[in-house]
Design a binder for this molecule. Structure first.
Ligand code: XIL
Length: 373
């Protein structure tokens, strides 16, 4: 009898301990974007070299907790990975692959063909034949090395003007307007099992979108594979083009390809530059840096409701919007602290400079809680 009593007490104690420890585990397990949206789309971030090398302990903790896909912010661009004719620097990109493997993070490689961040030697190439050789070698070598190691490639970035015509770039100049199709053909040959995307900013806007659709159709008509289109998503607080984004999701997916938001951030500071052309710059001026001592609550709330509206829209199209990638982990990392004006204090992301979730994070997360109830 006594033994039975002791046994019951023991089991009850175990149960209490078990409950308590599972409560603790739950309390400790942070709410995570990638878990909350696991049935909807993957959640990505741009990673810089410091983060890839895990030199920042806070980022090293937060990234694998929140994100299941990542895009290199700069280290796979031509100026870094291919600095001289025939010379490649693969160290950081190789580290990114290892980082992704270790942390279960799929890599979207960025980017093979882009007019910006090109090494000087490319701009110096005079003959069309030499330029063709560079074009082929670059795509074949870089895409070939990471074949089977990256999930997807932004094959061509920003080939279009705002009116939907082809941008006047060194690629258009030297190779003519079939160069986009040729880039996809070469990428497909070098990396046959990798998803291949076209990526641009403002391609949710009607005129640019029409040009983008024509470009995608042209690639497909040539019998070349394109799997998706990236809408970068560099938008402005209080001015998110929700209607145009929704129309774009509908029209792009009608072509039989995936849509993703590839570089999401929301600008809260004043600027005259629309879009995300990295070559555009504005003068430094204190009036352009109004929140250097902190973000006013009204702007914080605006940012939160903008993010909420965006995610609500993405959730309307499950299976169509396949990925949402933020252009950075935390506000401190964002390129918008230095573009288009240098040295500003910006607040465009879901995590603040201390890597803590902002009100926008909780608004976005709450959308799923409401849905589940
Ligand atoms: C930006 C990076 O974030 C910066 O660090 C760099 O100085 C310039 O490029 N569109 C793109 C990205 O496709 O590659 C750009 O990234 C932002 C605009």
């Amino acid at each position: 009898m006594k033994n039975k009593f002791v046994g019951i007490m023991y089991s009850a104690t175990l149960l209490i301990v078990a409950c308590a420890s599972s409560r603790n585990a739950m309390a400790q397990k942070a709410v995570s974007l990638k878990d909350v949206f696991k049935n909807d789309f993957v959640i990505g971030t741009a990673l810089n070299a410091t983060q890839i090398e895990e030199k920042d302990p806070k980022a090293a903790l937060l990234v694998p907790q929140q994100f299941n896909t990542a895009t290199p912010e700069n280290i796979m661009k031509a100026e870094v990975i291919h600095p001289q004719w025939g010379t490649y620097q693969f160290d950081l990109a190789d580290k990114l692959i290892a980082y992704g493997k270790k942390n279960n993070i799929k890599i979207n490689a960025h980017t093979l063909i882009w007019h910006s961040q090109l090494p000087q030697f490319v701009r110096n190439i005079q003959s069309v034949d030499s330029f063709k050789t560079f074009f082929k070698n670059h795509i074949t070598t870089v895409a070939g090395r990471y074949s089977g190691k990256v999930f997807s490639w932004d094959v061509v970035n920003e080939a279009l003007n705002e009116d939907g015509t082809m941008r006047q770039s060194i690629f258009l100049d030297k190779l003519g307007d079939n160069y986009v199709t040729e880039a996809f053909r070469l990428a497909q040959a070098a990396s046959p099992n990798t998803e291949l995307y076209y990526n641009d900013y403002n391609n949710e806007q009607p005129a640019k979108r029409a040009g983008c659709i024509a470009l995608i159709k042209k690639i497909k008509q040539a019998g070349v594979r394109i799997d998706g289109v990236g809408i970068q998503g560099h938008w402005h607080a209080g001015k998110i083009p929700l209607k145009e984004i929704e129309e774009s999701i509908i029209q792009y997916t009608a072509l039989g390809i995936k849509v993703m938001i590839t570089e999401l951030d929301i600008e809260v500071l004043p600027r005259n530059v629309e879009g995300a052309d990295v070559s555009q710059r504005m003068k430094e001026d204190p009036s352009m840096n109004p929140y250097k001592n902190g973000l006013p609550d009204s702007v914080q709330q605006q940012l939160a409701s903008d993010y909420e509206a965006l995610f609500k829209l993405f959730l309307k199209y499950p299976g169509k919007v396949t990925r949402v990638t933020f252009w950075g982990v935390d506000d401190g990392q964002s390129w918008l602290n230095n573009w288009p004006v240098k040295g500003r204090v910006n607040y465009p992301l879901l995590f603040n400079r201390e890597f803590k979730p902002k009100p926008a994070f909780y608004k976005v997360i709450a959308l799923k809680k409401i849905e589940q109830e």
